[in-house]
Design a protein around this ligand. Structure first.
Ligand SMILES: Cc1ncc(COP(=O)(O)O)c(C=O)c1O
Ligand SMILES: N[C@@H](CCCC[NH3+])C(=O)O
Length: 417
């Protein structure tokens, strides 16, 4: 079922926004606890009755307060580096709920994961498998492994985030899978546990998922018939969300209904790695208008947020909501090119955006910023790293009265990342 685009249900009151900006500085990422929990519960509820573990893809948002919130709610974590693993562990996510993906795992990070006792390594190549076996043997451990299989499916997504086609660097090619499992079975430091796939990100149709899932189920049955003890099927993440330019999206409920239809009788434990669908609509990037610049042809809204804070528009031509925090109905509508202060023409959030007339110093929110926002920030132009705040309260109540950083964590005892 296609669902229509609606502006993100995250309203920010002028008063609260300016308190936040005053307290934490501008620009500043603001996340909603309630929205994170609502998204996680939507997955959980749709998975009722299935043996399923939802491992949040930490790459989407690695904020410690966010990880701690999701961990307490029962989520596991999908990590792709030693840094992400340390963060997940520091936030209290138990190692037995952590899977480790990625094409370039180094020996030190493998060792860290083995000593922590993680649930599963998702292995992407023969040399990685051989290295993992060697490192595990040296540590006196056996690594629980799923081979990431590349099901050669076009997920119809942006070329920079497609991962499931034969030409992509990810996973083991379909025709090599049998020999890789045969090798895994011979290696002393490896224990075969499952299969893994991830075909891309921001996928807005169920069709590629159906094709990939059916291929994976067939593969599981074939590997089991060969005697491999496949007990887990990791189906990755990738579920798309609504951005202003998304023409259709798939609901969590419909996605999970497909998962159930294909895998319910597999007798395997299902692992999912959603990132964006858990995080995108939980956050905004709050910022302020620095200047209004009137050119001969265009009017520029120059924000104090830039591509180093939110890279997606510059990197993928991605579109995010832009809206003034204070809604003044009588203001005239004006077209702006919404840009940041960085010395790149690509530092543009939106072209010809119709907005109520704005003035320097007023607060603006950039939407859908809870996923792949702060995690992709950089120091470019020697700008400061953007603060992140997780607040309580929901929807319109958000931020209005309760400005509350997650106080469950002891920040002094957390490692510095
Ligand atoms: C291996 C793996 N798992 C999970 C994810 C999360 O994807 P998404 O944020 O699209 O759900 C990604 C990113 O695409 C990934 O590479
Ligand atoms: N960073 C990307 C998604 C990549 C997903 C990681 N495999 C984005 O912002 O959309």
């Amino acid at each position: 079922m296609a669902i229509a685009y609606q502006q993100q249900e995250l309203h920010i009151e002028q008063l609260a926004a300016s308190s936040l900006l005053q307290r934490y500085g501008s620009p500043c990422y603001v996340y909603s606890k309630q929205q994170f929990l609502a998204n996680f519960h939507a997955f959980e509820q749709a998975a009722t009755g299935l043996d399923a573990l939802i491992c949040f893809a930490v790459k989407a948002n690695s904020n410690l307060a966010v990880l701690s919130l999701l961990g307490k709610a029962g989520a596991g974590a999908d990590v792709v580096s030693g840094g992400e693993l340390r963060r997940a562990l520091a936030a209290g996510i138990p190692a037995e709920r952590i899977v480790y993906s990625g094409v370039g795992k180094n020996s030190a990070d493998m060792q860290l994961a083995l000593n922590a006792g993680i649930l599963q390594f998702n292995v992407e190549s023969v040399p990685e498998l051989e290295r993992l076996s060697r490192v595990a043997t040296e540590c006196g451990k056996v690594a629980a492994v799923a081979v990431r299989v590349n099901p050669d499916v076009d997920a119809g997504t942006h070329e920079k985030i497609a991962t499931g086609k034969a030409e992509n660097k990810f996973g083991i090619a379909w025709q090599q899978v049998d020999e890789v499992y045969a090798l895994a079975a011979r290696l002393p430091g490896i224990s075969i546990q499952g299969v893994d796939m991830h075909i891309g990100s921001q996928i807005t149709s169920l069709t590629p998922y159906r094709t990939a899932f059916e291929r994976m189920l067939e593969l599981v049955q074939r590997l089991q018939a060969m005697g491999h003890p496949i007990q887990t099927i990791d189906i990755g993440g990738g579920l798309g969300v609504l951005y202003p330019d998304t023409k259709q999206a798939v609901s969590i409920a419909d996605y999970m209904a497909l998962v159930r239809e294909v895998f319910a009788n597999s007798q395997c434990r299902l692992i999912m790695e959603p990132g964006r669908s858990l995080a995108a609509n939980t956050g905004v990037l709050l910022c302020q208008v620095e200047y209004i610049k009137q050119g001969p042809q265009k009017r520029f809204l120059i924000l104090d947020a830039a591509m180093n804070d939110l890279l997606r528009p510059a990197m993928y031509g991605a579109v995010h909501d832009v809206w003034p925090v204070r809604q003044v109905p009588e203001r005239e509508l004006v077209r702006y090119d919404v840009v940041g202060p960085v010395c790149e023409t690509g530092d543009t959030f939106s072209l010809g955006q119709l907005l109520p007339e704005l003035h320097a110093g007023e607060a603006v929110a950039l939407g859908q910023a809870g996923a792949y926002g702060a995690v992709m920030a950089s120091f470019y132009n020697t700008r400061a790293i953007t603060p992140e705040v997780l607040v309580s309260g929901n929807q319109s109540a958000l931020i209005r009265r309760r400005i509350e950083v997650d106080d469950q964590l002891n920040w002094d005892q957390l490692p510095d990342f």
